[in-house]
Design a protein around this ligand. Structure first.
Ligand SMILES: Cc1cc2nc3c(=O)[nH]c(=O)nc-3n(C[C@H](O)[C@H](O)[C@H](O)COP(=O)(O)OP(=O)(O)OC[C@H]3O[C@@H](n4cnc5c(N)ncnc54)[C@H](O)[C@@H]3O)c2cc1C
Length: 362
């Protein structure tokens, strides 16, 4: 049985892996060249940094088992310096509080983790196990058409090694892309059987927060000694997350340098969408100064990444609309079905593969 999986973020990769284990012939269609979606690592001047998700937690036995099974348990490590919530009165007390943060005692992996080589390590490892030939990169799924008589899907794609686009056939489709993009795909695919209109409406109601990430290299930065990352305690602050890569993953940064990563909070990110670099940097400098008393250091280089769909503001509420479309050999998965975390993307991909497997009896 052929399954086309749209989107090679963690949800899509997990679904593909779990379905391949059950004997399905899967093809993953990914619009970008890189795999992993929002678990994204960029390499610049030989420094690998994550400009999407910053760390992950492992709260379920299923995720712990999966990480071992796909061979990445040895490649992950806890953040090497503590995460402190700001604002605070006294740095020493805040650090002491952060180090007292009780790890989940019932978990084998109780900390916040990163991979030695960056977040894409997980996607690469899963892809290796699925087989590169099953993954079509730079293949944007433009629209889908359901053939009721043959009970098969045709997917219309762009990229796909042709300039004009192509078509692909599948018995089943698993849509593993963020809700707003999923709603757009369904809209472009009209007409579809009636239950898809309800699903489209449910997906349109799931709004996403944007996130602007700024990464910069500088001479050694001595702000907040001992702190690995600062996390805003309230959404009213413009900088939601500020970390120093040379502190949380020191082996990635040549000595004598500092690499900082700042992520703007949703309201500030929204205001900065599509703004020129100068505006972003000025806003960053003002926010760091006002809220953290940090002067933006002399910048040796800067990278900015804009995520239009970074994290779902709320998860999808109308799950019936999802159940209804499975009669048309169709499943959906993605972090928005649970919450906007890496582990949720994994769990939703696994659940989609389970549902499909049970339907087909595999
Ligand atoms: C800035 C930022 C910080 C974050 N921080 C954390 C964190 O610290 N901890 C944490 O647990 N989570 C964090 N998250 C959330 C986490 O990254 C996501 O929950 C998770 O990676 C989502 O996985 P997914 O597979 O559901 O979606 P995605 O990773 O978005 O994957 C979807 C894939 O589909 C592809 N695609 C979209 N449309 C099409 C199409 N039409 N055709 C083909 N392909 C398509 C995309 O290119 C993408 O690769 C963060 C996210 C961002 C952006």
């Amino acid at each position: 049985m052929d399954v086309a999986i749209i989107g090679a973020g963690l949800a899509g990769l997990t679904a593909a892996y779990a379905l391949a284990q059950r004997g399905f012939n899967c093809e993953l269609l990914e619009k970008s060249r890189a795999l992993g979606g929002r678990m994204a690592t960029r390499r610049f001047l030989d420094i690998a940094f994550d400009h999407g998700a910053q760390y992950f937690t492992v709260k379920t036995a299923a995720f712990a088992d999966f990480l071992r099974e796909v061979g990445v348990a040895e490649a992950m490590h806890p953040l090497a310096a503590p995460v402190v919530s700001y604002p605070f009165q006294d740095l020493a007390a805040a650090l002491a509080e952060a180090s007292r943060e009780a790890p989940a005692s019932n978990s084998e992996f109780p900390h916040r983790y990163v991979f030695y080589s960056g977040m894409t390590a997980l996607a690469k490892s899963i892809a290796q196990r699925i087989g590169e030939r099953q993954i079509i990169r730079e293949c944007f799924v433009e629209a889908m058409a359901w053939d009721a008589a043959a009970r098969r899907w045709t997917l219309h794609t762009r990229g796909d090694n042709t300039t004009l686009g192509g078509t692909r056939q599948a018995d089943w489709v698993v849509m593993a892309i963020p809700a707003p993009q999923a709603a757009q795909l369904l809209a472009r695919s009209r007409p579809l059987p009636e239950p898809f209109a309800k699903l489209q409406e449910a997906l349109e109601r799931v709004t996403y927060h944007p996130c602007l990430t700024v990464i910069w290299g500088s001479p050694p930065d001595s702000a907040y000694p001992g702190v690995g990352a600062l996390r805003a305690a309230s959404s009213r602050y413009s900088v939601g997350w500020l970390t120093w890569l040379d502190r949380i993953a020191p082996y990635r940064v040549p000595s004598g340098q500092s690499v900082a990563i700042a992520q703007f909070a949703p309201h500030a990110s929204r205001a900065l969408l599509d703004q020129p670099e100068g505006v972003v940097l000025r806003t960053l400098a003002m926010a760091l100064e006002a809220d953290l008393k940090i002067d933006l250091p002399t910048l040796q280089w800067v990278q900015i990444k804009q995520w239009r769909y970074a994290s779902p503001a709320a998860s999808v509420t109308d799950l019936d609309s999802l159940t209804a479309v499975s009669n048309f050999n169709f499943e959906a998965c993605g972090d928005y079905l649970i919450n906007g975390r890496i582990e949720s993307a994994f769990l939703s991909g696994l659940a989609a593969a389970d549902r499909l497997g049970r339907r087909v009896g595999a």
